[in-house]
Design a protein around this ligand. Structure first.
Ligand code: HEC
Ligand code: HEC
Ligand code: HEC
Ligand code: HEC
Length: 287
C-alpha cells in the first residue's frame, strides 16, 4: 500500500491546539498513556508467538517473532493483492458468499473472495493451522527445526486452528457476515473520477487519489473530510476488472475485511475507529 499520512497532518488550528493540549495531559499523567505506535500489534490477540504483550489465549511456542505469522520479507504469496503475505491462501471457491442469502435489498455485485479478505480468512476460516506459513522464521524454509518443534496452547485453538464455535471462527459460510468483496456504494460509483457519486445515495461519497500507478479509494471518517487517506479512514480496496465479478469493466473500490478492521491496531476488535454511536457503520451508510 502507499504511505499512510499521520492523523495529525492536515488538521486545522483547533486540531493542533487539541493535540497540544493532549500532549500536556499525556506528559502530566506520566508513562501510563504513552504508548509508542510500534508497540500496538504486540499488545493484541494478533501477537501469536512468545513475544511479551499478546492478549490472546492462543500461543505458539516456536517463535518470539510477531509479523511472521502473516508476513515474510521474501518469497511471499502473490495470488491476492496483500503485502508480503506469508500464508498460502485458501481457494476462493471454498467460501459461500453473502449474496447467496438472497436479501432483496442488495444492489452491489460480489466478487470471488479475494483481496485482503482472503488473507484474514486464511486464519479466520478455521481450516488451516496458523503456524502453517510459507517461510518459517530465520530458516527461509518450513523445515526449520525449532519452528516445527513448536506447540500450540490455549483454549481457543485446536491444533493451531481457531476453534470451532467461536465467534472469531468466521468459517467458510459468509452468509451471516457483513458483505465483503462487495462493490462500494450500493452498486458501485457512477464513474471512476475522483469524488464520483455513489449509485445509491444511501452511501457516503468515497475519496480517491492516484498513488503510484493505481487509483485508490477510501471513505473519510473525519467530521470535515480532509481528503487524505489515513489508517482511521474506511479503506476501500481496488479490485482489478479481471479479478472481479462477471461484467466488471474497470478497476473499482470494494469493501473488504480491512475496510473496517486494521489487523495491527490495539483498538477494540481491531476496528479502524471506535464503533461508539455505530460510527463505523455510519462512516459509509447514510442512515
Ligand atoms: C495477523 C496478521 C498480521 C500480522 C501478525 C501482521 N500483519 Fe501487517 N498486515 C496484515 C494484513 C492483512 C495487511 C493488509 C491490510 C491492509 O491492507 O490494510 C497488512 C499490512 C501491512 C503493511 C502495509 C499496510 C500498513 O498498514 O502499513 C505493513 C507495513 C505491515 N502490515 C507490517 C507489519 C509488521 C511490521 C508486522 C509485525 C510487527 C505485521 N505487519 C504483523 C496482517 C498482519
Ligand atoms: C466500508 C463501508 C461500509 C461500512 C463501514 C459498513 N458497511 Fe454495511 N454495507 C456496505 C456496502 C457497500 C454494502 C452493500 C450494499 C448494497 O450493495 O446493496 C453494505 C451492506 C450492508 C447491509 C445490507 C445488506 C443487504 O442485504 O442489503 C447491512 C444491513 C449493513 N451493510 C449493515 C452495516 C452495519 C451494521 C455496519 C456497521 C457494523 C456496516 N454496515 C458498516 C458498506 C459498509
Ligand atoms: C495468523 C492468523 C490470523 C490472521 C491472518 C488474522 N487473524 Fe485475526 N485473530 C487471530 C487469532 C488467533 C485471534 C484470537 C481468536 C480467539 O482467541 O478467539 C484473532 C482475533 C481477531 C479479532 C477479534 C479481536 C478481539 O478483540 O476479540 C478480529 C476482529 C480479527 N482477528 C480480525 C482480523 C482481520 C480483519 C484480519 C485480516 C485483516 C485478521 N484478523 C487476520 C488470528 C489471525
Ligand atoms: C463493514 C464493517 C466490517 C467488515 C467488512 C468486517 N467486519 Fe469484522 N467486525 C466489525 C465490527 C463493527 C465488529 C465489532 C462487533 C462488536 O464489537 O460487537 C467486528 C468484529 C469482528 C470479529 C470479532 C467478533 C467478536 O465479537 O469477538 C472478528 C473475528 C471479525 N470481525 C473478523 C472479520 C473478518 C475476518 C472480516 C472479513 C471476512 C470482517 N470481520 C469484516 C465490522 C466489520
Amino acid at each position: 500500500m502507499g504511505k499512510w499520512i499521520p492523523s495529525s497532518s492536515g488538521g486545522g488550528a483547533s486540531t493542533r491546539l487539541a493535540t497540544w493540549a493532549l500532549g500536556l495531559l499525556v506528559a502530566a499523567s506520566g508513562a501510563l498513556l504513552a504508548q509508542p505506535a510500534a508497540a500496538q500489534i504486540a499488545n493484541t490477540k494478533h501477537n501469536l508467538g512468545t513475544s511479551p504483550g499478546g492478549t490472546g489465549v492462543n500461543k505458539f511456542s516456536g517463535t518470539a517473532e510477531i509479523c511472521v505469522f502473516c508476513h515474510t520479507p521474501h518469497g511471499a504469496d502473490t495470488s491476492a493483492a496483500v503485502p508480503l503475505w506469508n500464508r498460502t491462501l485458501p481457494a476462493p471457491a471454498s467460501f459461500t458468499t453473502y449474496d447467496s442469502l438472497g436479501t432483496s435489498t442488495l444492489d452491489g455485485k460480489i466478487a470471488p473472495v479475494g483481496s485482503v479478505s482472503i488473507a484474514c480468512l486464511s486464519c479466520h476460516d478455521g481450516v488451516t493451522s496458523m503456524s502453517a506459513v510459507i517461510n518459517a522464521p530465520g530458516s527461509g524454509t518450513t523445515g526449520d527445526a525449532a519452528w516445527q518443534a513448536g506447540t500450540w496452547t490455549g483454549a481457543n485453538q485446536v491444533g493451531g486452528k481457531i476453534a470451532p464455535g467461536l465467534i472469531t471462527n468466521i468459517g467458510t459460510d459468509l452468509k451471516n457476515d457483513h458483505p465483503i468483496g462487495i462493490q462500494y456504494g450500493g452498486g458501485g460509483l457512477k464513474n471512476s473520477t475522483p469524488a464520483a457519486a455513489t449509485t445509491d445515495p444511501d452511501f457516503k461519497v468515497a475519496s480517491s487519489a492516484v498513488i503510484g500507478a493505481n487509483r485508490v479509494w477510501w471513505v473519510d471518517t473525519e467530521a470535515t473530510p480532509n481528503g487524505t487517506r489515513q489508517k482511521t479512514d474506511m479503506v476501500l480496496y481496488t479490485r482489478a476488472a479481471a479479478g472481479g465479478y462477471t461484467g466488471q469493466t474497470e478497476n473499482e473500490p470494494f469493501v473488504e475485511c480491512a475496510s473496517c478492521h486494521d489487523p495491527h491496531t490495539s483498538n477494540a476488535t481491531f476496528l479502524r475507529i471506535s464503533n461508539a454511536g455505530s460510527a463505523v457503520c455510519l462512516a459509509c451508510h447514510v442512515k
